[in-house]
Design a binder for this molecule. Sequence first.
Ligand SMILES: [Zn+2]
Length: 339
Amino acid sequence: MSEEERRPTWSFHPYAWQHTVWQRLVDLAESGQLPHALLISGHAGIGKERLASAFAARLLCQAPSPQGGCGSCKSCNLLNAGVHPDLMWLAPETDAKTEKTAKFIKVDQVRELVGFAEKSAQLGGYRVVIITPAHLLNVQAANALLKTLEEPGSRTLILLVSSQPLSLPATIRSRCQQLALDIPAEKEALAWLQPQLRDEATARLLLALSDGAPLAALQLRDALWFGERERLLRDLGNLGEGKATALSVAQRWQGLGAEAVLPALASLTADVAVVASGATVVKHQDLTPIITAVARRVSPAAVLGFRQGLIEKQRLLAGNVQGAALLDAVFSEWARMSR
Ligand SMILES: [Zn+2]
């Protein structure tokens, strides 16, 4: 089963905060100035895939409006059913049995794309390829893509989506027109986020913790560690005051798992570093008193070193090092540096 067949419904419109960039894309399409390949980049969680999906729908739609695809013509129905013959969605494959998602987009997938781009459109209009996240193309896959990026068939658009565009080979980037999306204005982000949450304070907090990226903020609400921030921070304080041992704290957090605890520590200790350096504006505003108490016991340099270590440990975790051992190591290090 291909990736597009697994997508249950399609997004026919961009997010409200994408209005300006959407208009630019529509103008390019209407004036016949669309490039062959477009690299849509920007912070994770600002809706880049949504923009690509909506624009693909509009290009393929048989009755498009300035706002997007109509949602009901033959083309839009095929998109909704996940079986549009002129659309190809390229992402790391998920194994149907193990449900594990591959770390990269592989060369075989790109070879399929090359075949797709050589054919003519079955519905007589555009053909669109969406590659996301494009920085996960492995080296062979990226090389296999180069020629098609340079000379795709006529009326073919390749949309590459990436939050790490600089990780893409320069040879790929130079063959794409670049479209860098900004973080939405806070007002626009809140207008979308707040109705989905209990209150404005939570919306602002989540948004601050997500660098202003609305989709990331909503994801964070559901992240395992979000509700555990205070307990985790208190444990850092307890380690410093000798009220708990690194071993007992590490054991307590095994249940949540290193996958959740390491990013939580990265987020919390960013604020600890801020306060330890003498500044006062933190992101976890609701936890300011505890952050301040924890920060009193550590030097700014030590926290920075600790945070460097967290990045390394997250890399090790991705490479299959045991999470339990990593948790032991981080809490031992925190205990050492804060006593
Ligand atoms: Zn339509």
